[in-house]
Ligand binder design. Structure first.
Ligand code: ZN
Length: 473
């Protein structure tokens, strides 16, 4: 008896003019979120909405989704029926589909009800209930289909209230178990992983790493919702921007960092049409992503390296560098340079893409990183030659190998430009090396997890000053 499309004499109603218990109406809206269907062994709590289905003990299922039909109006829908019914709806309808909903039941929401907490926050005071026997949902097959699609790019909440990733990092203790809104750019999308639960069930999860302008640390988002796992396949590194409302924050012991989790309440708006999102997309195209590019950016952002006075030994640096994922600190060291191969067979310069910081191989003339705007031809920037020297620092507690001495920091320490260096003969390079090798130096460094170490300043130290300041460890 289900109505068969718009010819059935139903009255088309906008979400804004819904009324409780309105009968014989039809809605047209775009799906902006959906949850995996749930099946109950016994009759569901809303069995009263049915007309005799689900007699005692029969399995019943629910499929929940969220719709929008204007810049303001959003509502939650739930379709109740046999497991087969809800499963087939789940397979047929996805975020981004414009649908006709025929003969639904319109009920007032009970805001204090527990189920409200697991659904997206919506504007409508009503919930829309579809019933297997009475209601119908179909793809909206009309010319105005595309009129609804811009609604997919409007955030579901005020764009002003979102948190930056720096906010999340700084106050991570307070935010735990809370939900917040984020505006982020996609940095990397991992492949879905299959995981077996302790009940032997096969489920999938997917990890997406995102970024914004406020921190160089990536932020990880864990997705367990099948619809969001699927949607993530179309997200592109450095290109897709997401407004994520009501993402849950939780501490991840494995990553030793706070992570985000997509839950039933979360709504993900892809490529929001806002000025902030556009600014973030422009930033993301050039943002430092490689660890070496990140530490270079961090190094450049330190206003006055000479002011670094926290003295540490090699062992102290090694200990602290492995505490947690996003550890990052500066240190002043008094150490002997036991390796600095300026005149040997190691290559001490590197040609890098100015846009994405990828290494440009000697055999190539331009960047070939597929995610880079130079490689794609969208931008034209000459690659840049930089110092890339690896130094070992040694003191009485051990050695710190592979400390990076790069870019303008290397030019300042060595007292010559990279072009001047390349024109030196082997003897001159050797003399330059012996000004530092086996000398005790005053060295200021930036350290990230690993440890990944970059040298900011390095000068041959006055032995007396060195001895008096060396920490005993
Ligand atoms: Zn590039």
């Amino acid at each position: 008896m289900a109505g068969s499309g718009s010819g059935s004499g139903l009255r088309m109603v906008a979400l804004r003019s819904l009324q409780a218990d309105a009968a014989g109406c039809m809605l047209v809206a775009v799906i902006i979120a959906k949850s995996a269907p749930r099946v109950f062994k016994k009759t569901g709590p809303e069995s009263g909405t049915g007309t005799g289905t689900g007699a005692g003990g029969e399995s019943k299922g629910v499929f929940s989704f969220t719709i929008r039909d204007s810049t303001i109006d959003t509502a939650n829908c739930s379709a109740w029926g046999s497991p087969h019914f809800v499963m087939s709806l789940d397979q047929m309808f996805h975020v981004g589909d414009v649908v006709d909903i025929l003969s639904p039941q319109i009920k007032s929401r009970q805001l204090e009800s527990r189920s409200e907490q697991y659904q997206p926050l919506v504007s409508s005071p009503f919930k829309i209930i579809l019933n297997e026997r009475q209601s119908e949902i179909t793809i909206h097959e009309a010319e105005n289909y595309t009129n609804y699609l811009p609604l997919l790019h409007l955030p579901t909440k005020s764009a002003a209230g979102y948190f930056t990733l720096a906010d999340v990092e700084k106050s991570s203790q307070d935010f735990r178990e809370d939900t917040i809104d984020l505006l982020v750019a996609v940095r990397a999308v991992a492949q879905p992983r299959n995981i077996k639960t302790k009940f032997g069930e096969e489920i999938q999860n997917r990890e997406v790493s995102v970024m914004d302008q406020t921190t160089t640390n990536p932020f990880k988002i864990m997705i367990w919702e099948p619809e969001a796992i699927k949607r993530a396949s179309s997200w592109q590194s450095r290109e897709t921007v997401l407004f994520i409302s009501d993402i849950k924050l939780e501490w991840n012991n494995f990553n030793k960092a706070i992570v985000g989790r997509i839950i039933g309440r979360t709504v993900i708006t892809e490529d929001p049409h806002t000025a902030e999102a556009e600014a973030l997309r422009v930033y993301a195209r050039h943002a430092p992503i490689l660890r070496s590019a990140v530490i270079d950016r961090v190094s450049q952002d330190i206003p006055d390296p000479i002011s670094i006075r926290s003295v540490m030994t090699v062992q102290q640096v090694l200990d602290r560098a492995n505490v947690e994922e996003h550890v990052q600190f500066t240190a002043l060291m008094y150490a002997v340079i036991t390796q600095m191969d300026l005149d040997g067979c190691n290559k001490v310069t590197l040609t890098k893409c100015v846009s994405c910081s990828s290494i440009v191989k000697e055999t190539k003339t331009a960047c070939d990183n597929i995610e880079c705007s130079v490689a794609s031809g969208a931008e034209n920037m000459e690659p840049e030659i930089n110092f890339n020297v690896y130094v070992t620092l040694t003191d009485h507690t051990g050695s710190l190998r592979n400390c990076r001495l790069t870019g303008k920091f290397a030019e300042q320490v060595l007292g010559c430009s990279v072009v001047e260096f390349l024109s030196m003969d082997v003897d001159a390079k050797g003399q330059l090396k012996w000004r530092f090798l086996l000398e005790r130096c005053t060295v200021r460094i930036v350290v990230m997890k690993g440890p990944l170490v970059s040298i900011l300043t390095c000068s041959v130290g006055d032995p007396n000053e060195v001895v008096s300041k060396l920490p005993v460890y």
